[in-house]
Design a protein around this ligand. Sequence first.
Ligand code: ADP
Ligand code: ADP
Ligand code: MG
Length: 454
Amino acid sequence: MFQKVLIANRGEIAARVIRACRELGITTVAIYSEADRDALHVRMADEAYCVGPALDTKSYLNIPVIIETAVKARADAIHPGYGFLSENPHFAAVCRTWGLDFIGPDPEAIERMGSKSLARQMMIQAGVPVVPGTLGTIEAVAKWDPLKEPDAEELGYPVLVKAVAGGGGRGIRIARTPAELRETLEAARREAARFFGSGEVYLEKYLEEPRHIEVQVLADRHGGMVHLFERECSIQRRRQKIIEEAPSPALGPEQREAICQAALRAARAVNYSSTGTVEFLLDKDGNFYFCEMNTRIQVEHPITELITGIDLVKEQIRVAAGEPLRWTQEEIQRRGWAIECRITAEDPDNRLMPSPGVITTWEVPGGPGVRVDGGVYTGYEVPPFYDSLLAKLAVWGEDREEAVRRALRALDEFRVEGIKTIIPLHKTILAHEDFRTGRIHTQFLEDVILGSRL
Ligand code: ADP
Ligand code: ADP
Ligand code: MG
């Protein structure tokens, strides 16, 4: 097992990883930007080093300085969290070069799944259904005529233009007509090049009101692999999740088995090791399609932990240290229902715009079945430079009804002052008749609750 781990991240996930390390007896090293001197993860870690200014490209994405810090601190391994360098195959490879273990899959698996279009091609070969779309990327937009392109015509409008290297809900645009598509393609390529370092885009059929269902996998470095069932993440704004639950109310036993097996086929196609998530979309007719694979720990991992009793971050560290999986598939059981609400610093009265500032009161809920994974404290100033996630509320209940009531009870106990949070909106969603009966889809929040697309 590792003696010392550097956590190349911030916020709640850095705190989460530090907790896992502490339980495993591992010394922790935090890194922080100049804007994060007072951050919770800095206080929690055994050691902490400043790696650069607020701008993430100069700090949390600064590979040479992060590696240098890890080597100087004599860390054995680096945990990348999510976002930042977590899905950067180059970073994973550089860690190796310096004798540091990267707590994640091999660079090859990250690279192959990191390209959405390459991943789609691999999935087709592996017999996993993919969302209908172009087989490769659209190379020369100038020569590419959507009216003549058989792919686009067969797909039928609307279509989505997706950045091959996109993530975090960004790099996806909708086109409803051939004319719109032609315009969108250029803009999408420019934007993708700027944000993701690659201007490659491809087309996917736009599914109307699908549900987002994803499967958690866990694999060791010796060929052992299991799934830990699914999560449903259909409550989204701007294609980003804000409420997740496990299991999904939309799946029956046969469909659950089919989707979990498809996820294992997907992960095996890249010889996956570590925790990973295979995302699918479920259409109105009950067909599911591969969407993408995230080769890292996911934000919403706690709800899987609550229904299975397995600590995913500790297992991720154990398998990275070379330990074999500790369970067979049959030994992984689930019980009850879990719901997570992402507590973000966003203003529900102003189109969910970020609301940074000083948190004057931070009181978190407690009691039976309530877990809060936070990254802030009373008196902390939320900087404007990073993701707006402050904490995650995850609740467990015997069944969905109890989980929903418990989530509402816990949200009532939450007291945050000084900044705006999304908490009031969570209450509205959880109390809605359609949410209560499980009739949700990825446009539910924007179309049904907010009444407009953000
Ligand atoms: P999850 O897939 O775990 O639910 P999200 O999609 O909400 O996570 O992303 C988690 C964090 O990672 C967010 O801060 C998001 O902006 C960031 N992120 C994810 N993918 C990318 C990417 N390809 N490029 C930049 N940031 C990303
Ligand atoms: P990211 O890498 O940003 O997470 P995804 O490909 O996982 O991007 O898609 C994010 C979200 O966008 C999905 O959860 C879903 O709500 C929506 N989406 C993606 N592809 C489609 C599609 N073909 N049709 C309809 N909605 C889609
Ligand atoms: Mg996704």
